[in-house]
Design a protein around this ligand. Structure first.
Ligand code: GUN
Length: 283
């Protein structure tokens, strides 16, 4: 039986440290603020945004929520982003994605000030990550790295396989593993012999969005298996990209869904917001 990586426990520790630092700053009169913008009424996005507000409350940040109607125009949204860019109470700006179809995600993100872009989605931040000179790391890949570190397994020299090449997870994930001197392979829908490639990985990260596609025959004995998937199985039950039951005997360490990567994403958002606040306040 693999060691189960407890994302709730690791994220709680990260948040405790942030909470302590936020309290110290507050004692010096320095407050940290995160603005969260949501457009429309997508139920999943509403849950995510609510959780982000709750996390701010927990660690002691001010949170400013802007819930805009689905018919908000690009001009209106850009005007809000501009206002937040220039608001000294706001250290971090997060525009919840996906936006309604008539709004251009890229255009909106490109207009967030890079030093307030706590998602690390702005091209300036993406470029900085590429050259290893960054202030913020994208929340999910950064959370995955924390989970890997929690196992005590050292990335340097290991065979790392990332399944999925999205801009938000797969690509930056590969880069973070590379920064720690992993030997990294990125797999995707056109990869030949996917099973064979995955089964050689010492560290396997699945971020494809296909329920339970990673079965035991994709997993090397003793590997670290990280599941970024948030999928629904045939019964509509939340599950990951990894077939947990099938893989749990073979993996050395494995993340559950829920309770693995999910809680880490928000913890890392809090970490980025703290970093942004310290940057702005010259701490
Ligand atoms: N939608 C789903 N995940 C995310 C995220 O990490 N950031 C933003 N802005 N939107 C999301």
């Amino acid at each position: 039986m693999a060691n189960i990586i407890d994302g709730k426990a690791v994220s709680a520790q990260v948040k405790e440290n942030i909470k302590a630092e936020a309290a110290e700053l507050k004692a010096k009169g320095i407050e940290i603020g995160l603005a969260v913008v949501i457009v429309g009424d997508d139920p999943a996005s509403q849950v995510y945004v609510r959780n982000k507000e709750k996390a701010c409350e927990y660690v002691g940040f001010n949170s400013y929520k802007y819930a805009l109607p689905a018919e908000t125009t690009e001009e209106e949204l850009l005007a809000l982003v501009d206002k937040l860019n220039n608001d000294d109470n706001v250290d971090g700006i997060l525009v919840q994605l996906p936006l309604p179809k008539h709004l251009d995600d890229k255009l909106i993100i490109n207009n967030i000030r890079p030093d307030k872009d706590v998602d690390a989605f702005h091209p300036v931040n993406v470029g900085k990550i590429m050259i290893g000179d960054y202030s913020f790391l994208p929340c999910t890949p950064a959370g995955v790295m924390e989970l890997i570190h929690s196992t005590g397994v050292v990335v340097s020299g290991k065979k790392c396989v990332v399944v999925g090449r999205s801009n938000i997870v797969g690509k930056p994930m590969a880069m973070l593993l590379l920064h720690e001197s992993g030997t990294v392979t990125i797999c995707h829908s056109k990869t030949q012999d996917l099973k064979e490639v995955c089964s050689q990985a010492d560290i396997l990260v699945a971020a494809v969005g296909r329920p339970k596609m990673i079965t035991a025959d994709y997993v090397k004995e003793g590997a670290v298996v990280i599941d970024v998937g948030m999928d629904r199985d045939e019964n509509g039950k939340l599950c990951g990209d990894v077939d947990f039951e099938d893989c749990k005997e073979k993996a050395g360490y494995i993340t559950p869904v829920p309770g693995g990567v999910g809680p880490m994403t928000i913890a890392m958002l809090m970490k980025n917001t703290l970093t942004a606040g310290k940057l702005h306040k010259g701490v």
